[in-house]
Design a protein around this ligand. Structure first.
Ligand code: GAP
Length: 442
């Protein structure tokens, strides 16, 4: 983990939030490479869960929502973690995390720590809206992006006229006042979620079929981020673990080096919990009328909910490798090409040969038209450039040399394409390179 945290900072992936002011616990900022990785993961989610499907629409709801939403959704009552207070220094920690308790007790160096009885602590982040203290209203930064979809259920019905079963997908920030943000970007106070709410006919057979379908769909999608099968698993929640809205819940978990199996993604059978509660609290009907029979039902919801930041962390942990190449130690990220921040780096063999630089620039400009995430690098020798690109997970390096210019007429117009993971090189035309890149980053 320390190696990933350090690589992320050094190479412009992820920085501690507001670092020059001492940081803000539970927040991180994404740098130039991190934001590309993040964008690629979200785009992959959007393509597979939303854009490629005829039965799913996308949307983007506001982050700020009034108190009534959270009363209706049950988050005021049940969106809590158990908390205990140290009676020596009054610091509060999660009561259900033995690690947090042990870490805290270690601070007091053998002194007996007395803990308060556990009390529930609500995770919703509150804010005030309005110009004066008197008229200001309390609003909440959403604790899950889900409610933005449910409160728009009727708007989607009335504008898009979808037929059951259908889904609404969304990506966006969520906020939780986590008692103990920890483990880099694993547990944050500000994080991003990618979710699908899939509305179905309200009956057990349909519920079981759809739940099973989306469980497998989400699991396969997660694997496609580049995970080894044995490092991911599906685990069903025990009765006392399920969120207040869930009839059944499974997690996709990743086998982390910092604490074993940890939650990456949740698949929840929410039944009609959300629509029923919003119907009751808003007074607006959430019923769906069958277009043929006119029969009205309150649909059930199967939810797929994943953390973007957790996906980034797990992808980086999975991809980090150390080996030896050409007699030298190297560290590299074996990122799947479709999510790598930079798809290929272009090098002129020598920086001080204008004819090589001009040709390399021409190829760079040409390739960048089709694949924007292409980088230019002419710093240091070729070996150093390879190492730099390997460390940030660039799957391909393209070198323009004197043969490209026609020194060996048989090779005129060709370049070397070097593969990150095994260092193998092949000689290809620019067109062949372009086609290869397009097919591998899809
Ligand atoms: N709408 C359902 C929901 O929010 P959840 O299991 O509380 O369910 C879904 O959250 C996902 O959001 C988790 O699987 C995790 O990937 C991510 N997540 C939750 N809390 C997080 C936190 N404090 N920091 C980073 N990611 C978090």
């Amino acid at each position: 983990m320390e190696k990933i945290v350090s690589l992320c900072k050094r190479r412009g992936f992820i920085f501690p939030g507001s670092e020059i002011y001492g940081g803000l616990a539970g927040t991180y900022d994404y740098g130039p490479l991190g934001v590309e990785l993040r964008h690629n993961i979200k785009q992959h989610f959007w393509n597979e869960f939303i854009a490629k499907r005829d039965d799913v629409h996308g949307m983007s709801a506001a982050i700020l929502m009034p108190a009534r939403v959270w009363e209706a959704s049950g988050h005021f009552e049940s969106f809590t973690d158990p908390m205990v207070e140290c009676e020596v220094c009054h610091e509060r920690v999660r009561a259900d995390q033995s690690e947090s308790i042990a870490d805290h007790e270690a601070i007091h160096k053998g002194k007996k720590v007395i803990w308060s009885t556990p009390m529930p602590f609500n995770l919703l982040v509150e804010t005030k809206l309005g110009a004066s203290e008197k008229t200001a209203t309390t609003a909440y930064l959403r604790g899950e992006i889900t409610q933005g979809v449910h409160v728009n259920f009727k708007n989607i019905l009335d504008s898009m006229h979808p037929k059951l079963p259908f889904g609404i997908g969304q990506i966006g920030k969520a906020f939780r006042n986590e008692i103990a943000p920890r483990d880099f970007i694993f547990r944050l106070r500000e994080f991003e979620q990618m979710e699908l709410q899939y509305y179905i006919q309200p009956n057990e057979t349909e519920g079981n079929t759809q739940f099973e379908y989306w469980k497998q769909f989400a699991f396969e999608w997660y694997q496609s981020l580049g995970f080894k099968k044995e490092n991911l698993r599906l685990r069903q929640h025990a009765d006392d673990e399920r969120a207040h809205y869930a009839k059944d819940a499974w997690d996709i978990e990743y086998n982390t080096p910092f604490g074993g199996w940890k939650e990456a993604w949740g698949i929840h059978h929410r039944g009609d919990w959300d629509l029923r509660r919003h119907q009751e609290y808003s007074g607006v009907s959430m019923e769906y009328a069958d277009p043929e029979t006119g029969q009205k039902v309150l649909p059930w919801d199967i939810e797929c909910s994943g953390g973007v930041d957790r996906a980034i962390l797990f992808v980086l942990l999975e991809a980090y490798r150390e080996d030896e190449m050409g007699g030298e130690a190297r560290a590299y990220l074996a990122l799947a090409p479709r999510i790598a921040p930079i798809k290929a780096a272009i090098f002129p063999l020598l920086k001080n040969k204008p004819e090589l630089v001009a040709k390399a620039r021409e190829i760079y400009t040409e390739l960048k038209k089709t694949i924007p995430q292409i980088a230019w690098d002419d710093n240091g020798n070729i070996g150093k450039r390879y190492r730099r690109q390997d460390e940030i997970g660039t799957p391909f390096c393209i070198t323009i040399d004197f043969d490209t210019l026609g020194e060996n007429p048989d090779l005129a117009g060709t370049v070397t394409l070097r593969h990150r993971d095994n260092g193998e090189q092949e000689r290809l035309t620019v067109e062949e390179v372009k086609n290869h890149l397009i097919s591998t980053i899809k």
